[in-house]
Design a protein around this ligand. Structure first.
Ligand SMILES: [Zn+2]
Length: 483
């Protein structure tokens, strides 16, 4: 199934066994309801990006020309953003005028290991406004090994540009970042690569042209959370059409039988979540799963952004060598769940992870078996019980790459405890309402606490004890009684 254009050459058709007709009726109804809300919220997208990106993989070089619309608070005298520390800025204009800027060290963070702060002077104004930033910069990414390359690795970064592959996400701050991860953004992207390279990026592909020995693709996304670029000279594609969307899987070396299994799993998982929560925003109408040919990299199914998952192909090949029946179902379900759960911002990012992880367990419950679901929960409980007594509470767990067990597993157990207290039906209804209420916004722990306390009424102590207890399982008899 090799290809030259980036358009999959040999579609693979799957029968999924999911009742797609019922899903469509539901989707249409929800689209009518959501359409009006989404139109009203278009104005709140905090940053819109128009980026032209030229990449020279063999030299490891990237050159970016950007026009970015950014909101500023009343009285703001500076505009600040994170940018990769080795990039050189050659041009910077604010509202068409050359602006002075200084470079400062970035905040120390294991997930953003090479970011520095750019502080731009802006003329003050008493009112909230939007400024137009024009910026040009270029350089080579700092060489930092992929996640999991060494034991006890201090610094890791999966973003890279080399003659084998390109992978870029917010981790390298390859584009100006004005907020912590989780705020909605609007993007249009043009990516120029040498002829023969195939790019798969965030959003919907709007055009592809050959120009002077290069291939230029354009992408747009009306509501996203990151700007991903993945590319190799040798992606193969497999497309599974669904009734109202399609699944596109890109890979270089993985066996086709494995790819076909992933298509079937994704279709089932999307059915489960859509029935439970309503339709998610998939900016391109295509669910893209990219097996980026990294050797190591972030584990499990990798990273998810609206409509796009990027997984390490090297890790998959390693797993398949150990077990040819290796299933990625729950890990993929976690990443797919982020198409829905992506509105917790900053410290509130744990909301995304707790819901995505618990949703993946629910997918196991519905697709595999209840027995397997209970095994998954036992696994979480085992990990949470081993947390040190001073592990941060969910309400305080920082967004810095630490606190995995708290954010994913303790968060999942809190949701399961809430479900047991409310009952399956009421919990499912409330989870749907929580998603529908906050999708497209940015929320934190206070909004979560308020919503679920109201749903639990006189049993709100349960959610509070889970949120505020440091260490492992909460002491509260309310929470403990349910476990
Ligand atoms: Zn996640």
């Amino acid at each position: 199934m090799s290809q030259k254009t980036g358009i999959p050459a040999a579609p693979v058709f799957r029968k999924t066994g999911v009742q797609w007709y019922s899903v469509i009726v539901l989707l249409l109804a929800l689209l009518l309801i959501c359409g009006a809300t989404m139109a009203a919220e278009q104005a709140v997208i905090p940053v819109s990006y128009e980026l032209k990106v030229a990449i020279e993989p063999s030299q490891g070089k990237i050159d970016v020309h950007g026009k970015i619309i950014v909101p500023l608070d009343p009285g703001a005298r500076t505009l600040q953003f994170g940018l990769h520390e080795t990039f050189a800025i050659s041009k910077l204009l604010v509202d068409g005028r050359s602006a002075r800027f200084s470079l400062q060290p970035g905040d120390e963070s294991p997930i953003f290991p090479a970011t520095r702060k750019v502080v731009v002077k802006v003329p003050p104004s008493d009112t909230a406004r939007k400024v137009r930033l024009e910026i040009e910069y270029s350089g080579r990414l700092k060489q930092i090994p992929e996640f999991g390359t060494f034991p006890d690795q201090k610094q890791a970064l999966d973003d890279q540009i080399n003659s084998r592959l390109v992978e870029l996400a917010n981790y390298s701050s390859w584009y100006p970042q004005f907020f912590v991860y989780g705020h909605p953004i609007e993007t249009t992207l043009e990516v120029s690569l040498p002829q023969g390279w195939i790019a798969i990026c965030s959003g919907k592909k709007t055009s592809e042209q050959a120009e002077g020995g290069r291939v230029v693709t354009r992408w747009s996304s009306a509501r996203d959370t990151d700007i991903l670029i993945t590319a190799t000279p040798n992606y193969k594609g497999a497309v599974t059409p669904l009734d109202d969307a399609q699944i596109a899987i890109y890979y270089t070396e993985l066996p086709e039988a494995f790819i076909d299994r992933q298509s079937a799993d994704i279709a089932q998982v999307i059915g489960v979540f859509t029935r439970g929560l309503g339709s998610a925003s998939i900016p391109s109408g295509t669910i893209k799963l990219v097996f980026s040919p990294k050797r190591k990299g972030q584990g499990r199914a990798g990273i998810a952004r609206p409509g796009m998952i990027v997984t390490s192909e090297g890790r998959m090949l390693e797993e398949l060598a150990k077990d040819s029946k290796f299933s990625l179902l729950q890990d993929l379900a976690h990443e797919i769940a982020h198409f829905w759960w992506n509105f917790g911002a900053g410290q509130g990012d744990w909301i995304n992870e707790a819901f995505a992880e618990y949703s993946s367990a629910v997918a196991v419950e519905q697709i595999v078996s209840e027995e397997q679901f209970h095994k998954v929960l036992d696994g979480y409980r085992n990990e949470v019980q081993q947390l040190p007594a001073d592990a941060p509470s969910l309400a305080k767990v920082p967004f810095d790459g630490s606190g995995f067990v708290v954010r994913y597993y303790k968060g999942s157990l809190m949701l399961d405890s809430t479900r047991q207290t409310m009952g399956n039906h009421a919990f499912a209804e409330a989870a749907r309402e929580f998603f529908q209420t906050y999708t497209g916004k940015s929320i934190g722990t206070p909004e979560f606490r308020k919503f679920w306390s109201q749903k639990l009424g006189d049993k709100s102590e349960i959610v509070n004890s889970w949120l505020d207890s440091p260490g492992g399982m909460p002491d509260s008899k309310h929470a403990a009684a349910k476990l």
